[in-house]
Design a protein around this ligand. Structure first.
Ligand code: 5GP
Length: 194
C-alpha cells in the first residue's frame, strides 16, 4: 500500500521540530521529506539531510524541469519540495511528512487533495511568546516579528483538515499517530478483502 503524504505546518515556536523528531523515533513507517533551499546552511546543517542547498541558478533549473511538488519564495530565499524523493518513499510504503509553511501547504492541498494536512498550534499566544523567549536565540525585535508572523500563520489554520494542539509533546505525537491510523482506515485506502 502506498504511504500517506502528510503536511505539517504551524507557526515558528509551535514545536514542529520537537514533535516530528519524536514521531520519527516512534514510527519507523514515517519519514521526513528533504526540501531544497537557496538559503545558506546554518551551523551543523548537512546537505542532503536537513536540506538540499542549491544555488539560485540550480533552483531555477529544477523549477523549469518541474521537479517540485511546490515551491515558495520567503524574503530572499526559495524553498521547495522535490517530487522524486516523496514519490519514491510513498511507493515504498512510507508516510512522507512535509514540514512546510502554510503558503506551500495550501499549494500541496490544491495539487494533491488526498494528502493529510495537519496544523500544529501552541495552546495560546502567551505560551508561544514564552517558548520563543525560552529559546534564548532571538532578539526582542525578532521575537515581535515572529509573533506577528505567527498571528498571520494561525489565520491559515482553517485550510487544514486537522489541528493538533501542542500542549505536551507526548500528547501531540499521540494525536498525530491517531490521525495517521484513522487515515489509513479510510474506506478508499483499504484494499477490498477477497
Ligand atoms: P528555515 O529557513 O528556518 O529552515 O525555514 C523557514 C521556513 O520555510 C519554515 O517555515 C519552513 O517550514 C519552511 N520550509 C522549509 N522547507 C520548505 C519547503 O520545501 N516548502 C515550503 N513551502 N516551505 C518550506
Amino acid at each position: 500500500m502506498s504511504g500517506l503524504l502528510v503536511i505539517v505546518s504551524g507557526p515558528s515556536g509551535a514545536g514542529k521540530g520537537t514533535v516530528l523528531k519524536e514521531l520519527f523515533a516512534k514510527r519507523a513507517d514515517c519519514v521526513s521529506s528533504v526540501s531544497a533551499t537557496t538559503r545558506q546552511p546554518r551551523q551543523g546543517e548537512v546537505d542532503g539531510v536537513n536540506y538540499y542547498f542549491l544555488s539560485p541558478e540550480t533552483f531555477e533549473q529544477w523549477v523549469e524541469e518541474d521537479r517540485f511538488i511546490e515551491w515558495v519564495q520567503v524574503f530572499k530565499n526559495r524553498y521547495g519540495t522535490p517530487k522524486e524523493f516523496v514519490v519514491a518513499k510513498q511507493n515504498e510504503g512510507f508516510n512522507v511528512v512535509l514540514e512546510i509553511d502554510v503558503q506551500g501547504g495550501v499549494k500541496v492541498m490544491e495539487k494533491i487533495p488526498d494528502c493529510v494536512s495537519i496544523f500544529l498550534t501552541p495552546p495560546s499566544m502567551s505560551n508561544l511568546e514564552k517558548r520563543l523567549r525560552n529559546r534564548g536565540t532571538e532578539s526582542e525585535e525578532q521575537i515581535s516579528l515572529r509573533l506577528s508572523e505567527a498571528k498571520r500563520e494561525l489565520a491559515a489554520r482553517k485550510y487544514y483538515k486537522y489541528t493538533v494542539i501542542n500542549d505536551t509533546v507526548e500528547r501531540a505525537v499521540e494525536d498525530i499517530i491517531s490521525i495517521l491510523n484513522a487515515e489509513n482506515c479510510l474506506t478508499h485506502r483499504v484494499k477490498q478483502v477477497e
